[in-house]
Design a protein around this ligand. Sequence first.
Ligand SMILES: [Zn+2]
Length: 100
Amino acid sequence: MPLFAYRCDECDGRFEVLVRPNRTPEPTTCKLCGAEAIHKVPTAFALAHSELDAIRALDPMYKRMVEDQMAKTPEAEPMRHLAKMTPFDVVDDPGDPIDF
Ligand SMILES: [Zn+2]
């Protein structure tokens, strides 16, 4: 399905329309301001640009966001509590030994 790009002469906005042959009429008005002064402009991705392509394009950024959030969860570093503990030989009064 071809993707057409249009530019509005009124607001200078640009928008794209996925045109299904014989099913989708080509737009006659600007999607942004409603003016009827639009013209088709060449698009570099007129062929084979699908929703899946758009998702793939987002994927590296999305994956990074997920990894950043996962790194902040307690499960990300199970031994993190050891870093917060104070060693016995550093403490002034470690207290009485625990008698098991
Ligand atoms: Zn417009």
